[in-house]
Structure formats: C-alpha cells, structure tokens
Design a binder for this molecule. Structure first.
Ligand SMILES: Cc1cc2nc3c(=O)[nH]c(=O)nc-3n(C[C@H](O)[C@H](O)[C@H](O)COP(=O)(O)OP(=O)(O)OC[C@H]3O[C@@H](n4cnc5c(N)ncnc54)[C@H](O)[C@@H]3O)c2cc1C
Length: 815
C-alpha cells in the first residue's frame, strides 16, 4: 500500500491525460501543493488506447482557443520535460461527399479563419494530392488544416506528469479514492484505500468513472461510457509517412497513418453504451471484445474512401470504452452542488486534443475563483440535475457518439431520450401541430405545422421546411396576436425582509422599486461581465419573482443563493415547476385579454413594465407587461394546474382576434429584429453591459452600488474596444446562424454571435461584436465602416446598426 500525505491544497482524482494536465497547469501557476491519486496506473483508463488525433477546430471560438493551445503546449512539452510525446504537426484533411457537407466544411473554414487558424479550402483533386490513396469519385471538396497534429497519448500524459512533478506536484499510483469529505457545503478532502487526505479543493478527473466519483459527493456528473472502435492494418507498402489525418464524416471514418500502417476509426450512428450499471472494479488497460458485425458497414464505407483497405490485412481490431455526455460537450468547472469540488470529465472522444486547454483553464478557474473567459459551452452548470439518470444517459449515449460525425445542421435536435420534461400544455400544442425542440430536457414548441403537414424537421443550410410556417407565426405577432408557451422559463422566488437589499446588490439595475414593477437587469461579476440576464418583478415589499432562461436555471439559481449573505433574512426558492407561462404578444393582445378579464388593461392603469394579478377564465394569474418580441404583450404566470383551463379560454376567444400559436423559431426571429440579446450567445460572463449595449439597464448611482460597478466605471472612463451591433445581410439567399466572420473595410473585426431570418425586415439578421485593437469603438466608428459577413467562405455585404432595426424607439412596446 502506498503512503500518501494527510493533507494537500488540491487533490486530483484520476491519472489520465486530463488529471495530469490539471496537475501540470496548477503547478505551473505556482500551486505545487497538489496530490494526484490514480487507482491503478497512469493512463490505464481511456487514455492509453486513444488514436492520438489532435485537431484544433471546435464548434465555438473559445473551445477552438483551447484546442489551439493544446497543440502549442504539446509541441513544446518534450523540450520542456525531456519526455518524448510523439507530437507531430502533419495537418488534417476533411473531405465532403455532398454539397451540404461541403457547406458545413466551408462554414467551419470561415469560422477557423476568424479564430486565427490556418485553413485552406481544397478541390477534390487537391485533396488527393495531399492524400494520394483517396478515392475522390464522389468528393465535392475538402478543407485542410495544416497545423493539426497527432501525438502518442501515453507519452504525452507521462510528459505532463513529469512536468507537474518537476514543479513539486505529487502523483501517486495505486491509491483509490473511496469517498469525498464535506462540511458546510464545501469539500474538505477525500477518503482513500490508503487513508484520509484533507484538501481545500478536489478535482474529479476520473474519466468514465466520473459519474460514480461525483456520486460520492452527491454531485451530478452526467456521462456514460460507450464502446469506440478502430482497426490498425498490416503494413501498407509505399504508404507515405507523415500523411495528414484524414476525416470523412460522411463515411463516419477517420484515418491516421501510423508507422507504415493505417489506423481507421469510426463514429457510428448507433453506438453501444458500455457498463451502464457502473464501471467494473477490474477495469484497467481494458480492451472490449471486437464486434465485427457492428463495424462491418463502417469498414465498407472506409474501403470506399480508401480502396487499398480492400486488399490490406487487419492487424488489430480495437474496441475501448470512452465517456460521452448528453450534449457531446465535456464537463468542466466547479460543481454547483459543492464548493471546492471541480470536474473535468466526459471528453466525448476528444480528450487528448482537449486536455491541454481544459487543464489550463481549470487550473486558472481553481486559482482565480472564476473561469478565465466564457466557457459556458462546457460549464458543468449547464447540466440539469435529472441528467445523471442512468436510463436517460444510456438511451442518449446510443445517439451522441455518432453525432460527432453527423451533419451539424442548424437547429438539429437529438432524437433519443426525448419527452423528459413537458409543459402542462404539451399535449394541446402537439395536437395543434407543434414541432418540438429540446433544451435541458424540456420540450418546447419551435414551430407549428399546418393541418395535414407532418411536424418534422427537414434540415438544410438554407431555408428549412418550417420557414414559411414560422414566418406566418412571426407575422401574426407583428400584425394581430400570437401565443407562446414559455413554461420552460426558470423562476425563482426571493422572500424575506432583506430580499430587496440582497437583490439590489446582485442586480446592476435598481430593483428597490414599487410593488408591481418589473425590472430588466443583468447580474455582473466583479469584472463587470454578465453572469445572468433576466427580469425581476417585485411581488410584495418582501418578495420578488425572478425569471430567467431554462438553459441557465442551475447557474442562475446558484449565483442567487451564493449571493445571499449568511446573516441576511432572505430565502431563495426555485419555483420553476410551480408556474406555466404563456406569452400573449401582438397589437391585439390587449383586446383579447380584456375580453377575458375584468381588470383594467388600459395603458394608464397597466403600463409597460408592470405586473399584476388578474382574473383570467376561472383562474387568478400574474400578468406582466413585458416582451421579448418588441410588441404590446403580456407574460402570464399561471399556477401549473390552472394552465390548461387558462390556455383553453385564450385559444377559444382568440379566434376572432386572429390569434395564432407561435414557436421559439418565430420568437427568435422577432427578438433579433429588436436586437434583444440572448445570454449564452450575445452576452456572457466576459462581456460587459457597456460592450453589449445594455448600459441603459445599469443604475450607476443607486445607493449601495452593485457587484461589478467599479469595473464598469473603469471601463466607462476608458472607453470600450468592442461593441455589439446588429447586422442585416444585403442578400436574402444566405442565412446567418452564428460564428460567421464580420469584415469591416476589408478587415476582420468580429463574428456573429447569433443569427436568424427577420421576417418583417425580410433579411438574414445577426448580432455580433466588432472590435478594434487600435482605437475606441465609438458609435461613429461603427457607423463609418463598410461591412461584409463571411458565409461559407463567401463575403456578403451587410448593413449595420447599433440600434434595433425594428422599431428602434420602442413605441410599439409601450403603447
Ligand atoms: C478508441 C478511442 C480512440 C480515441 N481517440 C482519440 C483521439 O484520437 N483524440 C482525442 O483527442 N481523443 C481520443 N479519444 C478520447 C480520449 O482517449 C479520452 O477522451 C481521454 O483519454 C480521457 O482522458 P481522462 O483523463 O478524462 O480519462 P481516463 O484516461 O480514463 O483517466 C481517468 C483515470 O481516473 C482513474 N480513476 C477512476 N476512479 C478513480 C478513483 N476512485 N480513484 C483514483 N483514480 C480513479 C482511472 O483509473 C483512470 O486512469 C479516444 C478514445 C477511444 C476510446
């Protein structure tokens, strides 16, 4: 039995590439009191059998930054530690066998350029020049990333471990963590089979064991292992050495030249979850039985792309387990359930290429107490508590492995493990033709199919099959009245004599307002970054209702509860499930609602920005005059069990007012015309209200100030170097989604943060930050530019505005 210290500042659980990277980066930041515990031997989990591909292009800017950093780190690690890593930058080629795939690749290439990655778009012939064994009969085009690389995962892990040890970290093999110690909502250490270790911070880097290790501390770590297959061929005479990695997503295959042989791996559409009841105790350097029947169709696809495989023998049929998460993104950061307990797990088969960056930012997060930049895509706070449910994970894992190489269509919806969370109105919406999308397990109507039309997505990069239906919903909201089911909103009650004081410190806007007022506000961190974007309604002197997005339910509730000082007389309760929400929006909304209630709805009696309890049908509901679509309208907060009866009376009365059910795609189109920001896309914890154009919602001088004020004041005095603006494409045949590069006078100045077609304006719209390193970004600077947005490698002229394109004065909202 190994002897271990009884105390360490940080204990890391797991000695795969991720745990070693976290140890390395903590030590490099000067935090050497680190103890890494590995139950068996370093790399014995998933790391040892990885194919070693190190690509750089990820779905978002910041994840690409992390992958880019990984390649830079691995390139210098051998020099630094003396331990070989096998790292080589041979580049990668991705081929497209359809126009749609080529558009996906070209959109990726545009994004890559915007992120500073070197990338070339190739014809089929040029792709074959780079990869001579390629069959290009059906190849439409390809992209080449010259700086992508490959490494030896075991050696790279050893190099990270050596680098950590050189700086004082201790790495102990053969010690299993058996429990997590906690006191007062904080982690205090771990129990192991070699004794107890007290610690301030514990990091769960246990790979596919991560869910079980999380459960030691009642922390939800939603991941599930699945089988992952590759083969290695016999030596292929004449196979050029140093070939780029080849990816053919249409054939679900990747190819890596390896010492004169080819390693060929797959991401099949229907995967095989493994060890759903828990990872066996004996698991170390595990090889699962090959399943030739399972890989046969995949092999056939690979042979079509690289015909020499037809006449080449196979030396190794490999099958190893790797962990997958419900949305194919890894889990990083401090767990919401327990202070000081961090997670870096669930790497969805990109753990080697992610480990460098993930280790670095997690070390920064631990030492600084916050992430170094916006990491929402991988932040563990995005997960809903139900997602640790084993059956859900098993069923979703069947699909997510294959999604890595599936077409990444705009608006793509998962097909597995659906119907988890449903609004009380779900069945009514379904009967009315709703096509649902899912957010954190919540089914939400995205659009409504006309009678006789199947409510099903037909995906493309152009106008999808729901375009016309959604346009009609949009028009109803602008011209008559639309009804949205927004029950998925997260809702928190904050009550107590100190509620106003507590909340006013958290909110940048003034929320110590008369009862019945609604306040739009941001919650800021001490750097002035936007942690949350929400509305606060004062229900009583000592009671508030806080409403935020479904996707940020866990994160925002955590921010709120952690902001309540221990001595404060205020209690926060998550009341999301207590209320259904209907958004009744459009110029006829008042008339329609007035037909159903005795309450006086006139502007004088019930102006914009106020909220009251009114009779509606046989129910009492909270009506709030607020909007996310830029029209006169009401959000109705209805106790859940009354939702159906209220819905029925509205729909029945609505016919004569031209009422139309509307979905989230229409909502998105309406809100982007008004340039209403969306947290997670247009605003994040690294954007300030000044940069985001939200300074109007900052109560600079309110008594007592607010968290983040000092940082904002500094920025206001110094001027900003980036600003959010609205863009409209001059050509109607191209659509914007997100991440499209923004060019100003021929210079790259930013990227689109969210995009949608605006049906009233008749143009593809986007919001996006424009930045200048050289000078402050003033309104004049923005207006003086000539703009183009790059869509799939083609620049399209665009109009710009700092104000909303639609109803910039907000007259329609306040009438
Ligand atoms: C066939 C295959 C090919 C792949 N190819 C690539 C590729 O080309 N590129 C790429 O980027 N990724 C690839 N991957 C994915 C990559 O291998 C993983 O994402 C990565 O290795 C995960 O590293 P990790 O440190 O999170 O997990 P692991 O390597 O599994 O490390 C976790 C460690 O935690 C230890 N542990 C667990 N519980 C405890 C406990 N209670 N106490 C102490 N220790 C504990 C385990 O023993 C294990 O060593 C591939 C995966 C597979 C299966």
């Amino acid at each position: 039995m190994q002897s271990i210290p009884s105390q360490a500042r940080v204990v890391i659980i797991g000695g795969g590439i991720v745990g070693c990277s976290v140890a390395y980066h903590l030590a490099r930041r000067g935090c050497a009191d680190v103890l890494l515990l590995e139950r068996r031997q370093l790399t014995c989990g998933t790391t040892w059998h990885a194919a070693g591909l190190v690509g750089q292009l990820r779905a978002t800017h910041n994840l690409t930054r992390l992958a880019q950093y990984t390649t830079q780190l691995y390139a210098g690690l051998e020099r630094e530690t003396g331990q070989a890593t096998g790292f080589r930058q041979t580049g990668s080629v991705a081929v497209a066998a359809s126009e749609a795939r080529f558009e996906e690749l070209k959109r990726g290439a545009s994004m890559a350029r915007c992120f500073g990655l070197e990338v070339q778009i190739l014809s089929a012939g040029e792709a074959r020049e780079r990869w001579p064994l390629l069959s290009i009969e059906d190849v439409v085009g390809a992209v080449y990333l010259p700086k992508d690389g490959r490494c030896n995962p075991v050696d790279t892990t050893q190099a990270l471990a050596r680098g950590a040890r050189m700086r004082g970290a201790r790495i102990v093999e053969g010690v299993k963590v058996t429990g997590v110690l906690r006191a007062g909502g904080r982690v205090t250490g771990v129990t192991t089979d070699a004794g107890e270790v007290r610690a301030d911070v514990v990091v769960n880097c246990a790979g596919m064991w991560g869910r079980e290790v999380g459960a030691f501390a009642d922390v939800s770590v939603p991941l599930q292992a699945a089988e992952h297959f590759y083969i290695v061929t016999e030596p292929i005479p004449g196979l050029p050495s140093g070939l780029p990695v080849l990816r053919d997503a249409d054939a679900r295959s990747y190819f890596k030249e390896d010492a004169g042989k080819l390693l060929v791996g797959w991401f099949e559409p229907v995967a095989k979850p493994w060890a759903t009841e828990g990872i066996p105790e004996s698991c170390a350097f595990e090889q699962l039985p090959p399943d030739l029947q399972h890989i046969e169709p995949l092999f056939a696809g690979a042979m079509r792309r690289v015909p020499i495989l037809e006449t080449t023998g196979v030396q190794v049929f490999f099958n190893g387990p790797e962990s997958f998460t419900p949305d194919d993104r890894y889990l990083l950061g401090e767990a919401p359930e327990l202070r000081g307990f961090y997670v870096a797990a669930g790497f969805n088969s990109i753990g080697i290429q992610s480990a460098g960056g993930a280790g670095k930012v997690l070390a920064d997060w631990i030492i600084d107490g916050h992430p170094p930049f916006d990491l929402w895509d991988v932040d563990i706070r995005r997960c809903a508590p139900f997602q640790r449910n084993r059956r859900y994970l098993r069923d979703r894992t069947v699909e997510v492995l294959g999604l890595l190489y599936a077409m990444h269509w705009p608006y793509l919806q998962a097909e597995s493990a659906r119907g988890v969370r449903k609004s009380a109105l779900h069945d009514r919406l379904l009967a009315a033709g709703a096509c649902f999308g899912e957010v954190a397990g919540f089914e939400r109507a995205n659009w409504f199919a006309a009678p006789g039309v199947e409510a099903r997505y037909e995906y493309s990069y152009g106008r999808q099959n729901w375009f016309a239906a959604s346009a009609a919903e949009h028009r109803a909201v602008r011209e008559t009245v639309g009804l949205f089911d927004q029950s998925s909103f997260a809702k928190f009650a904050l009550k107590g004599p100190d509620a106003a004081g507590v909340l006013n410190r958290v909110c940048a806007n003034q929320v110590d307002v008369p009862v019945g007022r609604i306040v739009y506000t941001q919650w800021l961190n001490e750097r002035g970054g936007i942690e949350a974007d929400l509305t606060v309604t004062r229900e009583a002197e000592d009671a508030y209702l806080i409403v935020t997005a479904c996707a940020t339910q866990t994160r925002d509730f955590l921010w709120l509860t952690r902001s309540i000082p221990q001595e404060a007389r205020a209690v926060a309760v998550d009341v999301s499930s207590a209320y259904a929400v209907l958004g009744l929006m459009g110029p006829k909304s008042r008339e329609l609602l007035q037909a159903l209630t005795d309450a006086d709805l006139s502007t004088a009696a019930f102006p914009f920005g106020t909220s009251r309890i009114i009779d509606l049908g046989y129910a009492r509901v909270r009506a709030s005059r607020i909007t996310y679509v830029g029209e006169l309208g009401y959000e109705l907060y209805i106790p859940t069990e009354f939702a159906q009866s209220v819905y029925d009376v509205i729909v029945e009365a609505g016919a004569r007012f031209g009422l139309r059910l509307a979905g989230y795609h229409a909502l998105n189109s309406l809100r982007i015309e008004k340039a209403y920001r969306h947290w997670g896309h247009d605003i994040s914890d690294e954007d300030t209200p000044i940069e985001a154009g939200l300074a109007f919602a900052v109560a600079w001088e309110k008594p007592g100030g607010f968290l983040g004020r000092e940082a904002l004041l500094r920025q206001r005095a110094g001027g900003v170097r980036r600003r959010l603006a609205a863009f409209a494409l001059e050509r109607a045949d191209r659509l914007l989604y997100h991440n499209e590069p923004i060019w100003r006078n021929g210079e790259l100045v930013g990227k689109i943060s969210s995009g949608m077609f605006g049906h009233t304006l008749g143009a593809a719209l986007g919001l996006g930050y424009v930045a200048s390193a050289a000078e402050p970004v003033s309104a004049e600077w923005v207006a003086a530019g000539r703009y183009e947005i790059e869509v799939a490698a083609e620049r399209v002229p665009a109009r710009v505005s700092l104000r909303p394109f639609y109803d910039p004065a907000g007259e329609r909202v306040k009438c």
